[in-house]
Design a binder for this molecule. Structure first.
Ligand code: 13P
Ligand code: SF4
Length: 301
């Protein structure tokens, strides 16, 4: 059955001149049919220079929105329109405007896990792979608001030696990764390294040997001197880790760390999206231009 679906997807992707891109947390079978798999920054960069008429974005809504912000002339499809990010929904443009009015000279650093409207109200975007560098790029006396992820904001602030005003958002999936599980795994696998995503809580980050974006985790695990790794992020990453590192062992800190929204995308829905050319993600032009300015500042930084 899935062979038939894959055949159909391959035929349609040619006919539509489409490219399929997938986030590192997608189901294994979706990653395997994608033209490109990566973290949020890599996917934004890819979307900015892709040569295709159609982008099928296998990820969550804000990621497809970012692709549409950068490539408004292309049709951006998300195979499941309800594939949202709860963290992105923890702040809206009105709440951000209110916060800005309380700190009128502050600059706003906005994690890409946010809506286009929120990006449009921000000075610069960041992803988990460049948050520290973006925060550090401001003069030391510049007041900085970091939204919406309190944990990524806390991590970027501590790494750059800056103080930032934090919003109280967080990722419910990464919140399932907790210190006692790391301590147990360290006991069971004393030679293993611990690598975690910066969306994890500070008490989890404190126990890690390395903190990195999803693609940063993949790169770290490719090191020749590393054979066993305790991994603190969404379970979808294990597929690529095992595929790209035969013979190495990976131990997820929590098997409960599954992002239900990422998993909404299936091969059947990719096929349907290409057949029907829906659901499309499009951002109103006035919002798009302002949001693009914040994304461009990040890509140029
Ligand atoms: P990355 O940019 O590290 O891929 O992270 C995206 C994300 O949503 C993590 O939960
Ligand atoms: Fe959002 Fe967390 Fe899912 Fe990433 S893992 S998309 S931050 S809910």
């Amino acid at each position: 059955m899935s062979d038939e679906i894959i055949e159909r997807i391959n035929k349609l992707r040619k006919e539509r001149n489409a490219i399929i891109i997938a986030h590192n947390y997608q189901r294994g079978e979706v990653q395997d049919i994608a033209d490109f798999v990566g973290d949020s920054l890599e996917l934004s960069q890819k979307a900015a220079k892709i040569d295709a008429d159609v982008i099928v974005f296998c990820g969550v809504h804000f990621m497809a929105e970012t692709a549409s912000i950068l490539s408004p002339d292309k049709t951006v499809l998300i195979p499941d329109k309800d594939s949202g990010c709860p963290m992105a929904d923890m702040i809206d443009a009105d709440a951000l405007r209110k916060l800005k009015s309380e700190h009128p000279t502050a600059k706003v650093v906005c994690y890409v896990n946010s809506s286009a409207e929120v990006k449009a109200e921000s000075d610069i975007c960041c992803t988990s792979s460049n948050a520290t560098r973006i925060v550090a790029s401001f003069p030391v006396d510049q007041e900085i608001i970091f939204i919406p992820d309190q944990y990524l904001g806390h991590y970027a602030a501590s790494q750059s030696g800056r103080e930032v005003i934090l919003w109280h958002g967080y990722c419910p999936t990464h919140a399932k990764i907790i210190p006692p599980d790391i301590e147990q795994l360290r006991q069971d696998h004393p030679n293993a390294k611990v690598v975690v995503h910066p969306e994890c809580r500070p008490d989890v980050i404190a126990l890690a040997d390395e903190v990195a974006s999803t693609s940063g985790i993949l790169k770290y695990c490719q090191r020749e001197d590393i054979h066993e790794v305790i991994v603190g992020t969404e379970m979808g990453i294990i597929h690529r880790l095992e595929k790209e590192n035969p013979g190495k062992q990976f131990f997820p800190i929590s098997k409960k760390a599954v992002c239900p929204n990422m998993k909404r995308i299936t091969l059947e829905k990719v096929q349907y999206a290409l057949e029907e050319m829906t659901p499309e993600v499009k951002v109103p032009e006035n919002i798009r231009l302002k949001a693009k300015a914040a994304v461009d500042r990040m890509l140029e930084a």
